[in-house]
Design a protein. Structure first.
Length: 568
């Protein structure tokens, strides 16, 4: 393709009737005032969409418009253009056809960028038009920094072996800390974890190496493996950042610190633990600017959402959210608090640790080392005239009893418990030693949940269940199984070739009706379980997971995984 012609964007948009002359005049005035690009001003003013501008440019140039949300990228071609140039020139290499490179540009009117692109690639170029927002999101996703992380780890290893290098310089304790090898390595690791939507970073020392792994959508992925020499430097730097005792290597420690990456504030919880080959570190990443979810956006089935809202709207009683670690319990409870948080209500939370910060709440961090335990804070909280109490977890009999007394004396208590399903929750409290009358009178509802991975929409394709899957589905769906089209992700650049992108919760609800209350008071667990099963028939965690399979939101494997966990 020849060098594109010079295009006056505003004139082109008016000619194609994408904006009016008056809108263009207003946008040009704003452009002169603010110095922003005309296209950005038009989009932000609501006169035209990004896609509208891109399609208009494509028509004018006789080029193709490429939607990067659905386009299958080729990593080997993407890497022909370094990440820095891709960002600066707002371009991506998309395809190769007959020796020619198909290159997507967000601004094909930038002839200087086109000329520089031709010099860098040294190939004949055919132009396609893409939107800037899709381009930036794609660059963040497809340019893996694994090689850069490995390179920085090798650089740190070399410095650790150089006796002339001060250890303080390696750790970034002196001037120019941002250039210290361990600081550059950790910053790169944090940036990559944020880009890949990792919830946790694991740094694990082995006999001859240290392994860095990311947990993405609940599954661990190895990011890099480096020389074991750097393990000490990584742990010491992280301890310094979180204010932990760097001289203590024999006992576990917990802390937290904050960093800012790409204009995103990240709250990082850190846990260190001594192992055979050194200290293992796990960090939980919490993006502070990720707004709290609304209950409407948790994808609860309408029946579950209605009943949950009804329970948290009551003035007193306990609402329990249960499930294993990492099942989204805290997210659900804070979505509830976000809805309940009004100036008329005093809300106190007792947590370990405080994971979300919500204005208007009185949040207390438990600190066992100074005897600031759940039970002690909860007793004090009840003297603070609260309307609603969030108790991070019912860990023991004493804490559970105090919470239940609060519920029986006119407070709404929200809390969590680690149980396998909703039906076993009251039984678990009785096993902890909580009196039967407290369990019967205080619990309003138990919401059990699990997280399943969501099928990647960009590579999802129809699939046929294998015989084992078909048999399992038939037990849940009966003859309906043969009329459902099932989907599975093939793997693409959007989902790091996993076939999944993001997670969604599945739910089940148990409400304490009169029959269940009487069964608890009689101390008959078998009767309680039988009545509960009848109430929950057809509305269990397993059935909710099957619902997502039928709708194409998740795979049969994920639903079967949930089923296996429940059967354990």
């Amino acid at each position: 393709m020849a060098r594109p012609e010079k295009i006056r964007l505003g004139d082109m948009l008016v000619q194609q009737q994408l904006v009016t002359g008056e809108q263009l005049k207003l946008a040009l005035d704003e452009q002169k005032r603010s110095g922003r690009k005309l296209g950005r001003v038009l989009v932000e003013s609501g006169y035209v969409t990004e896609e509208g501008i891109a399609l208009g440019l494509a028509r004018q140039l006789g080029a193709d418009y490429v939607d990067l949300k659905t386009f299958k990228l080729q990593p080997e071609l993407i890497k022909l253009l370094p990440e820095a140039q891709a960002r600066r020139l707002r371009t991506l290499v998309l395809q190769e056809q007959a020796g020619m490179l198909i290159v997507g540009m967000a601004d094909p009117t930038d002839l200087t960028a086109f000329d520089e692109l031709a010099r860098i690639l040294k190939r004949e170029i055919n132009l396609a038009v893409i939107t800037e927002s899709q381009l930036l999101a794609t660059v963040d996703r497809v340019y893996s920094r694994a090689a850069e992380i490995s390179g920085l780890a090798k650089e740190l290893t070399a410095d650790m072996g150089d006796i002339s290098t001060e250890f303080g310089n390696i750790l970034g304790l002196t001037a120019g800390a941002e250039d210290a090898p361990v600081v550059k390595l950790l910053n790169t690791v944090f940036e990559e974890a944020l880009k890949l939507r990792a919830s946790d970073i694991h740094i694990e020392p082995q006999e001859k190496s240290v392994v860095i792994r990311f947990r993405i959508d609940g599954v661990l992925h190895v990011q890099t493996e480096a020389d074991s020499k750097i393990s000490t430097a990584l742990v010491l730097r992280l301890k310094l950042m979180s204010g932990l005792d760097i001289s203590e290597k024999r006992l576990p420690q917990d802390g937290r610190f904050n960093i800012k990456l790409r204009n995103t504030a990240i709250d990082i919880r850190i846990s260190s633990m001594p192992t055979q080959h050194g200290e293992s570190v796990v960090m939980r990443l919490l993006a502070q600017n990720t707004g709290l979810l609304q209950l409407d956006r948790l994808h609860m089935p309408p029946r579950v959402l209605e009943r949950f809202r009804h329970s948290i709207a009551r003035p007193a009683g306990i609402v329990l959210v249960t499930g294993p670690t990492g099942s989204g319990k805290t997210t659900t409870l804070y979505a509830a608090l976000n809805e309940l948080n009004t100036p008329e209500k005093k809300i106190i939370t007792v947590e370990d640790p405080v994971e979300y910060r919500l204005p208007g709440l009185n949040q207390v961090q438990v600190h066992e080392k100074i005897d600031l335990s759940f039970s002690r804070v909860l007793r004090s909280a009840l003297r603070q005239d609260p309307d609603i109490i969030l108790l991070g977890e019912m860990r023991d009999q004493e804490t559970a009893e105090i919470g239940m007394r609060a519920a029986m004396t006119g407070h709404l208590v929200l809390s969590t418990l680690h149980t396998n399903d909703a039906l076993s929750t009251p039984i678990r409290l009785l096993d902890m030693g909580v009196p039967r009358y407290m369990v019967a009178m205080s619990i309003q509802m138990v919401l059990a949940q699990r997280l399943v991975r969501v099928t990647c929409e960009n590579c999802a394709a129809p699939c046929v269940p294998n015989p084992n899957e078909h048999l399992w589905l038939k037990a849940e769906l009966g003859d309906q199984v043969d009329s459902v089209e099932f989907r599975r992700g093939a793997g693409c650049s959007h989902c790091a070739n996993t076939g999944y992108q993001g997670r969604q919760a599945v739910y089940e609800v148990l409400e304490m009706n009169n029959a269940l209350v009487e069964a608890v008071n009689r101390g008959d667990p078998n009767e309680f379980m039988q009545i509960g099963r009848e109430q929950m028939a057809g509305n269990t965690l397993r059935r909710d997971a099957v619902r997502l399979v039928v709708s194409g939101r998740t795979t049969i494997e994920e639903a079967m995984r949930i089923s296996t966990q429940l059967d354990e």
